[in-house]
Write a protein that binds this ligand. Structure first.
Ligand SMILES: [Zn+2]
Ligand SMILES: [Zn+2]
Length: 389
């Protein structure tokens, strides 16, 4: 068993769809052209199509042969990123400041390819829901679809997800059992001192040394406070202040992210960041305001579904090409919300070496079209295996 022949035969079509999607990148909840394109494709395959769930989300409903009542959901994301593409090939983004730099154009295409094949063959008994979600890149689009009744309106037993994975060889699939991606929280701090002349610091309250001390001290949370075997990251990614060589600024702004898996560590990171920032600001005679934004929870695969996903992947690519002992990623994933409600599994699809050194979210990244047929075949075989005739 391998890539499904009739899916391989439609590879050129899928490539054309993928390139069109790549040319029309749209960010969180603005996926209007994209959802129109996806809905039109689903309808052209004869698939019942529902629009507007989670604002721009699309759900396709396909029933197999027989009277089976079981149902599963396959999910793809369809949003792009607010960044300028630097590629110059023919299918590069036509919208300045917008780019499919995470491969969601490929994810949507693979699910469309599988949908077309399944609509033609209906070699399964039950119902498959094709879920195209908006706003994966930090916009909680998966959660928005759930809040809009995704699981109430469409009663599915399990949910399944996939992400292309540059750095993993083409022809390989990674399946985690348990935690796969981290929880991601974000913080922003505004440090207020009082500005003055750079030559007379004793008459000012300088927020910059205060900010620098906070950045340094935050780095002690993971290295000195979190148990060594617990995964955690604290990264300060924003430090803005000042505008002149000879002026002590009145304020500084810091921002960053905290990543973790365990709920206890997650809470501890938040508490420690507050504690250190407030105490350090006080030591430097500065005022501080802190905003905390809880992001995606950890993405946790369910053990039984992951074992079944690995078996289906082995059916497509051969058992030797399925990696089940991968480390999880400290990245985060909106599919976490769906996996928190329903059993399922989220796999990594090997995408080969990062092209031109371009990893996900790089301005020269491009989805690898060589894996379109593999991804679509995995989806199709998963449906045929989960909903047997
Ligand atoms: Zn991304
Ligand atoms: Zn992504």
């Amino acid at each position: 068993m391998a890539v499904i022949n009739s899916i391989a035969d439609r590879e050129q079509d899928m490539k054309a769809w993928r390139h069109l999607l790549h040319q029309h990148p749209e960010t969180s909840y603005e996926e209007v052209w994209t959802s129109d394109f996806i809905a039109a494709k689903l309808q052209s395959f004869g698939i019942e199509t529902h629009r507007g769930m989670g604002k721009t989300g699309v759900v396709g409903v396909l029933r197999g042969i027989g009277n089976g009542t079981s149902a599963i959901g396959l999910r793809a994301d369809m949003d792009a990123l607010p960044m300028q593409e630097m590629n110059e090939f023919a299918h590069a983004s036509k919208t300045p400041g917008r780019m499919h730099a995470c491969g969601h154009d490929g994810h949507s295409t693979m699910l469309l390819g599988a949908a077309q094949y399944l609509a033609e063959t209906r070699n399964f008994d039950g119902t498959v829901y094709f879920i195209f979600q908006p706003a994966e890149e930090g916009g909680n689009g998966g959660e928005a679809m759930i809040k809009d009744g995704l699981f109430d309106q469409f009663d599915m037993k399990t949910v399944w997800g996939m992400h292309n994975w540059p750095g993993m060889d083409v022809g390989k699939i990674g399946v985690h059992s348990g935690a796969c991606m981290a929880a991601a929280d974000f913080f922003e701090m505004r440090i207020a001192g009082s500005g003055g002349h750079a030559a007379i610091p004793d008459l000012a309250i300088d927020p910059i040394p205060c900010g620098a001390a906070i950045v340094q001290s935050l780095q002690s949370i993971v290295s000195r406070r979190v148990p060594a075997l617990e995964p955690a990251v604290v990264s300060v990614t924003i430090f803005e202040s000042g505008s002149a060589f000879n002026v002590i600024p009145g304020s500084a702004r810091l921002g960053g992210t905290a990543r973790s898996f365990s709920p206890d560590v997650r809470k501890f990171l938040e508490e420690s960041i507050y504690e250190i920032a407030i105490a350090t600001a006080k030591a430097y005679d500065c005022e501080i305001e802190i905003d905390w934004q809880s992001g995606y929870p950890p993405t946790v695969n369910h053990a039984e579904e992951s074992a079944r996903a690995a078996a289906v992947a082995a059916n497509v690519l051969g058992a030797d090409n399925i990696i089940t002992d991968l480390q999880p990623s400290m990245g985060a994933e909106d599919f976490a919300y769906m996996l928190a409600e329903k059993p399922g599994s989220y796999i990594w699809l090997g995408a080969g070496p990062a092209k031109n050194g371009a990893m996900l979210h790089n301005d020269r990244y491009d989805f690898n079209d060589d894996i379109l047929a593999t991804g679509a075949s995995y989806w199709a075989r998963l449906v045929e295996s989960e909903l047997p005739k």
